[in-house]
Design a protein. Structure first.
Ligand code: G3I
Length: 324
C-alpha cells in the first residue's frame, strides 16, 4: 500500500496525520487525500488566534479547519487549550489572581471545546508544562494556580466535551529521561484528582545528527519504545504528535538516508507499543516547515521536499509502519 494512513489502519491503529496550514498549494490537498486521515491545525486554534482579547473570540480561521475536516472526512487533533506560548499578553501579564485565572481558563476551554465538539477527535488540553529537567515550567498558569492547573484544565475540557480524547502534549519526552518521568507523574496527578486523561502526546521534534540545537541523533528504537511505555503503562494512549527530523542543511544523499532510517525507527517504535494509536508529522513539505526560521542552518526535516517530491524519509516512515 502506498498510503501512510491505510498502512497504519491495516496495522490496526487509528491515524496518520499532518500539521495543517491551509494555503494555496494544490499538491497539499492531493497529498492529504492520499496519505493522511487526521490533521492538527498548526496555529489556528491557539489562544492568541481564538481569544486575542478577553472574551472576544475570533473563529474565522479555526472554523475553516473544522470545515476542512468535515468536508474531507478527517480526524482533527485539536491544538491546544492551555499553553504558555502564543498566549496573548492580556492573559500572561494580566496579573490575575488564582480564582480569576481559573475562570478565564474555564471560559476559554468552554467556548472552544463546545464550538468544536463534533469535530475534535482529540484535544491537546495542556501543552508543554515541563522543563527539560522534569520540573514544572514557570508560566502564568503554574505560577498562579500551581500544578493543580493541569487537573483543572482536564476536568473542564471533559465537562464540555466528554467524547474527545484528552491529551497532555510535550517535547523531548522521547529520551526516556527525567522529563518522561515527569510526564508519567502528570498522568498520575490528573488521575489522582479523579479526572480523565486519555493520552500523552510525544511531539518528536528530533534530529538525524548532532546539530547546534539537538543533543544528538534521535534515540535508538529501544529507548523510544521505553519512553512510550513510561506513560502508556499508566493506562493511557500515546501518540507522536509533531514529528520532524531535522539536520544541518544542505541535505546530502547520505544525510537523507540517515534521516529515512530515523523516520523508520520512530514509526516502528510506535507500532511496537500497543497503545500507540497514531502519528502526526509536523507538516508536509520542507518548503513550509517551521525549523529553518527558528533554528538557523537546520531544516529538511519533513518527508516531502520543497517541490513536493517524496524523500527517502517517506519510504522509511512507511516501512516503519509496515513493520507492525
Ligand atoms: O501569521 C503571522 C503573519 O501575519 C506575520 O506576518 C508573521 C511575521 O512573524 O508571523 C505569522 O505568524 C507566525 C505563525 O507561525 C504563522 O506562520 C508566527 O510568527 C510564528 O511564531 C508561528 O510559528 C508557529 C510556532 O508553533 C509558534 O510557537 C509555527 O508555525 C508552528 O509550527 C509551531 O508549532 C509548535 C507547536 O504549536 C507546539 N510544539 C512546538 C511546535 C514547533 O515550534
Amino acid at each position: 500500500d502506498d498510503s501512510l494512513y491505510k498502512a497504519m489502519k491495516k496495522a490496526g491503529r487509528s491515524f496518520i496525520g499532518t500539521a495543517l496550514t491551509i494555503r494555496n498549494e494544490t499538491r497539499e490537498g492531493e497529498i492529504i487525500k492520499q496519505e493522511f486521515n487526521s490533521f492538527t491545525p498548526e496555529n489556528s486554534m491557539k489562544w492568541e488566534s481564538t481569544e486575542p482579547s478577553r472574551n472576544n473570540f475570533t473563529f474565522e480561521d479555526a472554523d475553516r479547519y473544522a470545515a476542512y475536516a468535515k468536508k474531507n472526512n478527517l480526524q482533527i487533533h485539536c491544538h491546544n487549550l492551555v499553553w504558555h506560548s502564543q498566549l496573548p499578553e492580556w492573559v500572561s501579564n494580566g496579573g490575575f489572581d488564582n480564582k480569576t485565572l481559573i475562570s478565564i481558563m474555564e471560559n476559554h476551554i468552554k467556548t472552544l471545546v463546545t464550538r468544536y465538539k463534533s469535530v475534535c477527535t482529540r484535544w491537546d488540553v495542556v501543552n508543554e508544562a515541563l522543563n527539560d529537567n522534569g520540573t514544572y515550567r514557570s508560566s502564568v498558569w503554574y505560577d498562579t494556580i500551581g500544578e493543580a492547573f493541569l487537573p483543572i484544565a482536564f476536568r473542564l475540557a471533559n465537562k464540555y466535551d466528554n467524547k474527545a480524547k484528552l491529551f497532555y502534549n510535550d517535547y523531548n519526552l522521547e529520551y526516556n529521561d527525567n522529563k518522561t518521568v515527569a510526564a508519567k507523574n502528570i498522568v498520575k496527578l490528573i488521575k489522582s484528582y479523579g479526572v480523565k486523561i486519555n493520552g500523552v502526546g510525544y511531539q518528536a521534534h528530533l534530529a538525524s545528527e548532532v546539530t547546534p540545537t539537538a543533543p544528538g541523533p534521535a534515540p535508538d528504537q529501544k529507548t523510544l519504545e521505553a519512553a512510550l511505555h513510561a506513560t502508556a503503562d499508566e493506562g493511557v494512549d500515546v501518540v507522536y504528535t509533531e514529528i520532524d527530523v531535522r539536520m544541518n542543511t544542505p541535505a546530502t544523499a547520505e544525510k537523507l538516508a540517515v534521516q529515512a532510517a530515523t523516520y523508520e525507527r520512530i514509526a516502528a517504535s510506535c507500532l511496537a507499543v500497543k497503545r500507540c494509536i497514531g502519528m502526526t508529522v509536523w507538516g508536509i513539505s520542507d518548503k513550509y516547515s517551521w525549523i529553518p526560521g527558528v533554528f538557523t542552518g537546520e531544516g529538511a526535516a519533513l518527508i516531502w521536499d520543497e517541490n513536493y517530491n517524496k524523500k527517502p524519509a517517506y519510504n522509511g516512515f512507511l516501512e516503519g509502519i509496515n513493520s507492525g
